[in-house]
Every structure is written in structure tokens, then in C-alpha cells.
Design a protein around this ligand. Structure first.
Ligand code: NAD
Ligand code: TYD
Length: 372
């Protein structure tokens, strides 16, 4: 049995990952450590709470005693670290929480892993002393001790009209969010180089799909457009992001976990560059088609409102994902055209979820729907 500690598994990507991993890794047990901030929602995990291979622990990754205790109690041999403050706009309004969770929280997890896995810093080998090669004492195909740190392409800064981020692009974070993620990436890398901790780092582009908190561009626009509210587009709307369907990201993480080289970084992207305005227009058109135009008779594009730009707004992100493709064989399976329709349909079918997470009453909602 592989004992996986997932942090932030009640958030958007973490919840999608927990669902996928329980299916993909029948031998695994998952302990999900999540503080349940505004972004964490147990309803994201409805249906799996009863799984005997799953345990939820409400707690803070900055709580060293709790985290170290879990490593021992659960005999954790794999960490998939999602927990973070993740929204750039919030990081501009209040950076302190980002430094706390993203930097101190990651440090706390690294320390717990280093101690629990008895990494031998005097070893000349870059491997920890308790490192067990795949397929050895624990059986063929069994995963090894791994600390997989989930990060973002935003650590690389902002691109001009051309070029792509590769794994060797110098770090140049420009928002408090990306700076805190960059700090955590550096700590993870340092724990590998200094102590031989068996780490992997993934830097992924913008995700979209089910269970994304409706403050991020795509779910915010879907929700506002559905309700006839204005659709805020920052600046000229021509900022570019590379969009990846969340289930493809989770599949990539599983590939990196099982086949990635310890100490390596893997960029993950959708090869799907879109200007923000294109995304907003596409969502408007899908909704007009699926639920009809506004009661005023106008198309939803009429709700688009250009607003003051985000301070320090990065212009363009784009990923070169050839390493993960060439070395591990991963490629996205869902095109943007398919993924955006699936996403809009999911939000249309889950309006109660959206309302509950937005008004902060999601715990009540969860208890009503699924029991305490
Ligand atoms: P999210 O905001 O939806 O979820 C974050 C989760 O972490 C929540 O469940 C929250 O309760 C939990 N959490 C926050 N602080 C915590 C703490 N101190 N202790 C324990 N749990 C805590 O985030 P997401 O979009 O799912 O992103 C997950 C990870 O993936 C983050 O590390 C993010 O940087 C990274 N990432 C996200 C994207 C994206 O497009 N969303 C892209 C690339 C990388
Ligand atoms: P977001 O979903 O916040 O992700 P990130 O900032 O991490 O890329 O924003 C995606 C893009 O959409 C980004 O360029 C900012 C822009 N944006 C808007 O134009 N309006 C909005 O209301 C939001 C939330 C974002």
C-alpha cells in the first residue's frame, strides 16, 4: 500500500487529483490534509469520503506537530503538495497569507519529510538513506518515496509576443503569489541538493474545469454571464494564458510521480494559448446557445466590461511541454474546445455548489447534502 499525503486536496486541482488517483492507483491510500480555507470545500470530494482508502484531516500545513505526526501515524511515503493560497488578485490585496502558507507551509512539510524519511545528509549520494528503488522490497511497480511539489508557470515571469517557458527559463516572479510559489520551489530544490530529499517539481499553466472556485477567470465569467452580471475584463483583454483542462494536469502529475526523475522539474501545459477576451467571448456564446440569450434579448457578449487593469499584470504565459512529452509520454487529452464546453456544462449543473461556496455556507450545504 502506497501512503500518499495530499495537501490541499479539498481545493480545485487537489480534489480532482484525489478522485483520479484513487482510481488510477488501486494500491494507494490517500490522507488529505486541508485547512478548509475559503477555497477548500468538502463537497468537492463528495462520494469518496466513505472510501476505506481515503482519510480527511482538517489542519494547517504550517502546523509542524500535526504534519510530523501524520508522517509517522500514516507512514507517509509520498507527498503531493497542492495546498497554497492560489489567487493573484488576493495576493495583491493581502500578501501575508501567501508567504505564510506557500513558503512557511512548504518549509514545514519539507522538514517533516526530511525527518520522517531519515534522509542522511552525510551521504555522498543524492538519494536519501531510506530510499527504496522501484520494484525492490515493496514489489514491482510500487511507487517510491517522493515529494512532488505542484507549482505554476507564473514563477517564470511574463513573456512578450513570442517564446515559451522551458524548465531552464530563469525565475522572474512578479506578483506576491508567484514570488511565494517561486520561494517554495527554491526550498524544494534546495532540500534535494542539500539533503537528498527525493523531490519532483511540476510547473503548470492555467487550469480550468469542475470545482474551480468562482473567483478565477473562467468560473467567474460563467457564473456572472449566467446571472446577467457584468463580465470584468482587465485592461485590454489581450493578456494571454495557456489553458489546460484540470484532469489532464492530474494525469500529468501521476505520470511525473511514477516515471519522473528525482530532482527534475517538469513543465506542464496545454499548448492552448488564448487571449482573455477570446475566453470570455467563447463562454458567452456557449451559454447563449445552451440557455438562450439574456431576457433583454441581447447576447451575453453585451455584458463584457473592460475594467482597470490588475497591478503588475503579466502579459503572456506559454509553456514548452516537450520534456514531459518526450521523457514521460504525457500529452493533454482534452482540447480547449471540448474542455470549455464540459466546464460550462458542469457549472450549469452545479449552480447550488457555486452559490454555496460563494456565500461561505458550504459546510452547511455539505452537511445537508451528504451528512456531517
Ligand atoms: P485552490 O485555491 O483551489 O485550493 C487550495 C487548497 O489548499 C484549498 O483546499 C485550501 O483549503 C488549501 N489550503 C490553503 N492554505 C492551506 C494551509 N495553510 N494548510 C492546509 N491547506 C491549505 O488552489 P488550486 O487552484 O487547486 O491550486 C492547487 C495548487 O496548484 C497550488 O499550489 C497552485 O499554486 C498550483 N497551481 C494552480 C494552477 C491553477 O491554474 N489553478 C496552475 C498551476 C499550479
Ligand atoms: P486568473 O484566473 O486570476 O488566473 P492568473 O492570474 O493566475 O493567470 O486570471 C486569468 C487571466 O484573466 C488573467 O490575465 C487576469 C484575467 N482576469 C480578468 O480579466 N478578469 C477577471 O475578473 C479575472 C478574475 C481575471
Amino acid at each position: 500500500m502506497q501512503n500518499i499525503l495530499v495537501t490541499g486536496g479539498a481545493g480545485f486541482i487537489g480534489a480532482n487529483f484525489v478522485r483520479q488517483a484513487l482510481q488510477a492507483l488501486p494500491e494507494c491510500r490517500i490522507v488529505n490534509l486541508d485547512k478548509l480555507t475559503y477555497a477548500g470545500n468538502l463537497a468537492n470530494l463528495a462520494g469518496i469520503a466513505e472510501d476505506a482508502r481515503y482519510r480527511f484531516v482538517q489542519g494547517d500545513i504550517c502546523d509542524a506537530e500535526l504534519v510530523s505526526g501524520l508522517f509517522v501515524e500514516e507512514q507517509v511515503d509520498t507527498v503531493i503538495h497542492f495546498a497554497a493560497e492560489s489567487h493573484v488578485d488576493r495576493s495583491i490585496d493581502g500578501p501575508a497569507e501567501f508567504v505564510q502558507t506557500n513558503v512557511i507551509g512548504t518549509f514545514t512539510l519539507l522538514e517533516a519529510a526530511r525527518k520522517a524519511w531519515e534522509v542522511d545528509k552525510s551521504s555522498p549520494s543524492p538519494q536519501p538513506s531510506s530510499f527504496r528503488p522501484c520494484g525492490s522490497a515493496r514489489g514491482e511497480g510500487v511507487l517510491r518515496q517522493r515529494f512532488l511539489h505542484v507549482s505554476t508557470d507564473e514563477v517564470y515571469g511574463s513573456l512578450g509576443e513570442t517564446g515559451l517557458f522551458t524548465e531552464t527559463t530563469p525565475y522572474d516572479p512578479r506578483s506576491p503569489y508567484s514570488a511565494s510559489k517561486a520561494s517554495s520551489d527554491h526550498l524544494v530544490s534546495a532540500y534535494h541538493h542539500t539533503y537528498g530529499l527525493p523531490v519532483l517539481v511540476t510547473n503548470c499553466s492555467n487550469n480550468y474545469g469542475p470545482y474551480q472556485f468562482p473567483e478565477k477567470l473562467i468560473p467567474l465569467i460563467v457564473n456572472n454571464a449566467l446571472n446577467g452580471k457584468s463580465l470584468p475584463v482587465y485592461g485590454d483583454g489581450k493578456n494571454v494564458r495557456d489553458w489546460l483542462y484540470v484532469e489532464d494536469h492530474c494525469a500529468a502529475i501521476l505520470e511525473v510521480l511514477q516515471k519522473g526523475q528525482v530532482g527534475e522539474t517538469y513543465n506542464i501545459g496545454g499548448n492552448n494559448e488564448k487571449q482573455n477576451i477570446e475566453i470570455v467571448q467563447t463562454i458567452c456564446d456557449i451559454l447563449d446557445e445552451k440557455v438562450g440569450v439574456l431576457s433583454s434579448g441581447e447576447a451575453r457578449r453585451s455584458l463584457i466590461t473592460f475594467v482597470k487593469d490588475r497591478p503588475g499584470h503579466d502579459r503572456r504565459y506559454a509553456i514548452d511541454a516537450s520534456k514531459v512529452k518526450d521523457e514521460l509520454g504525457w500529452e493533454p487529452a482534452v482540447t480547449f474546445e471540448e474542455g470549455i464546453v464540459k466546464t460550462v456544462e458542469w457549472y450549469l449543473g452545479n449552480t447550488e455548489w457555486v452559490a454555496s461556496v460563494l456565500d461561505g455556507s458550504y459546510r452547511e450545504y455539505y452537511e445537508k447534502q451528504y451528512g456531517a
